[in-house]
Design a protein around this ligand. Structure first.
Ligand code: IMP
Ligand code: MG
Length: 172
């Protein structure tokens, strides 16, 4: 196993996730919102985030596959769709990380076709270096990170290490 280095600590994550929920609470107060978690990476983030949300929510889970062995394949696939109708609803998509932006573009096209009233994107991590033209930028961002492969706090390293309670990178 390669050596791993902590990039964002548990305390930094907890503080920022609470702050992000505060931003959402300010913007969505009094509304009924569908939170859509992008599996598998955003499961831990959404679980922590929604503990601090004070407006009314329902939850949905959607699975997209976009990576194989830590490298972009360029192919994005819907593995599991949401299970309820979002027509006319306010939606917030919860994602672990935006890199090229391809995944969120795919998700946006997919959800927009279901005619929601609004769709916003809340991502824990933004790695902006490789962002492609024409991709959307998140409405809410936890941390902007350098162009490194990261894992832990829900994100995987070749399928493993999602259970680390902090965000880590490989030592270079
Ligand atoms: P994008 O489509 O290039 O924006 O990549 C976003 C998706 O790729 C996310 O949903 C993650 O599943 C995955 N991903 C991108 N960068 C990383 C990383 O550094 N660690 C773990 N997963 C990543
Ligand atoms: Mg993903």
């Amino acid at each position: 196993m390669e050596n791993i280095v902590e990039m964002i600590s548990q305390k930094e994550l907890a503080d920022r996730v609470q702050e992000l929920a505060g931003e959402l609470n300010d913007d969505y107060e009094g509304r009924q919102v569908v939170l859509i978690c992008l599996l598998k990476g955003a499961a831990m983030f959404m679980a922590d985030l929604m503990r601090h949300i004070t407006f009314d929510i329902t939850t949905e889970y959607m699975e997209i596959a976009s990576y194989s062995s830590n490298e972009p394949t360029g192919k994005i696939q819907l593995i599991k769709d949401i299970g309820s109708d979002i027509a006319g609803r306010d939606v917030i998509v919860i994602e672990d990380i935006i890199d090229t932006g391809g995944t969120l573009k795919f998700v946006d096209d997919h959800l927009t076709a279901k005619n929601p009233a609004s769709v916003a994107y809340c991502v824990l991590l933004d790695n902006p270096v490789r962002r492609q033209d024409g991709c959307l930028n998140p409405d809410y961002t936890g941390f902007t990170i350098p162009n490194r492969y990261v894992f832990g706090y829900g994100l995987d390293h070749d399928g493993n290490l999602r259970n680390l309670p902090y965000v880590a990178a490989l030592t270079v």
